[in-house]
Design a protein around this ligand. Sequence first.
Ligand SMILES: [Zn+2]
Ligand SMILES: [Zn+2]
Length: 463
Amino acid sequence: MSTTRESVDMRAWTRRAGVEPTVRIGIVLDEDAMNELRLRVPNRVHTLDSDGGSPRRLSPRASLTVRRVGDVLTVRVGEGPETTARVLRVVCASPPPLAPGVGVLVHDVVAGRGFHWQKRIDQTLTGTIELRAGPHGVVLVNELPLEDYLAGVITAEMGGACPADLLKAQCVVARSWLLAMTEPKHRDEPFDRCNDDCCQRYQGTGDLSPAALDATRATRGQVLLAPTGVVLDANYAKSCGGVSETPVAVWGLEKPGISPVVDAPRDAAERRFFPVTEQNLDEYLDGAWVQTTRCYCSPNVVPVDAIGRYLGRVDTTDDYFRWTVRYERRVLEDLLREKIPDARELAELRDIHVRARGVSGRAYAVGLEWQDTRGEMVRSRLDSEYRIRQVLHRKFLYSSAFAVRLEREPAGAIRAITLRGAGWGHGVGMCQIGALGMALCGIDYETICRHYYPKAELATVYP
Ligand SMILES: [Zn+2]
Ligand SMILES: [Zn+2]
């Protein structure tokens, strides 16, 4: 037995382990239905382990062709003979330090799975590569230290021009979320997380940004702890709109360590909007204060055109701090018929109103009334933040923190519905645009973390 502390798989990791866990990331999934994969090892000695025989030494720059044949794999090294195995592992004998482009090259990996722009790209992967035969294709799992994975995630999720303290705050939050591991989406698969938006986007080492690497190293092992002492499942969202939300209002869940905050300096007058209520909602959404606010996620602190530049992955340059969506009644009726199974017989929408809000003004219950095709009045209810955003927009409404304004005909029928809203996303935990605003104001990442998670504690859980 070795006396050094072994690495622990992320699924088995606890704070007591005191070591950096290993994560297993699904890179090529069964659903990608790839029956053949081509790999090339870099200019270093690797070994090929298979369950069917003793490890083989792979010479530098060796190429491998792996095929699925029924429930087994065949592998050919260079032009050599084909051999068969159930599980193959490509292991680097002496891994180099993490740097852009290091690792084994895998050809034609799916990126943007399920999106209209889905494409195949070549990726380089560090750590160990494990291959298995799935029912529909070869499955490739990349096993690597959590910190190396995190550097890749931060690269993919954040724009390269981000202020360093925003990157560091995002590292602490993403690391906490990973280690808390409360969302086992791939419980029955041979990996912890996939490489795409379903979990977090990870595209290997090819595009690793030096800034993301620096931020990961500077915060190594640092997480947020809940008051109970466990690693906090640290949620975050794009823009809170001025006040962040409770997990109870959004998911019906208590999460010790996540509490709502006003996203402005301590002495700011914006505190008067905590909580946002039916009484102060109009002033919160449209008061003159919005023009001069020091809210960290407001356009006064983060200019709208800066969001895309810093955060990346933002398709538009809209102002998400305050937004307006307006529907002619018939357009909203079409949406309701399409999205609510019970509304197929809807003839005329008569009323729509918010029935319950969280502290950020986010609605979690919306009441609807309509007359159906037989002339009966029907009452219905959208009863979660998610469902409200899903139903009240062709794609997905920016947030559920909105006021409803109905324009009526003289006879009383609704002519149009305006939703005037604040923020983008569920609003629980760190506000990413606000964290960007704080970093642009010169505030350090530890202060940023304490601002968004005032009931959590920063701690280092492995060296
Ligand atoms: Zn996933
Ligand atoms: Zn905010």
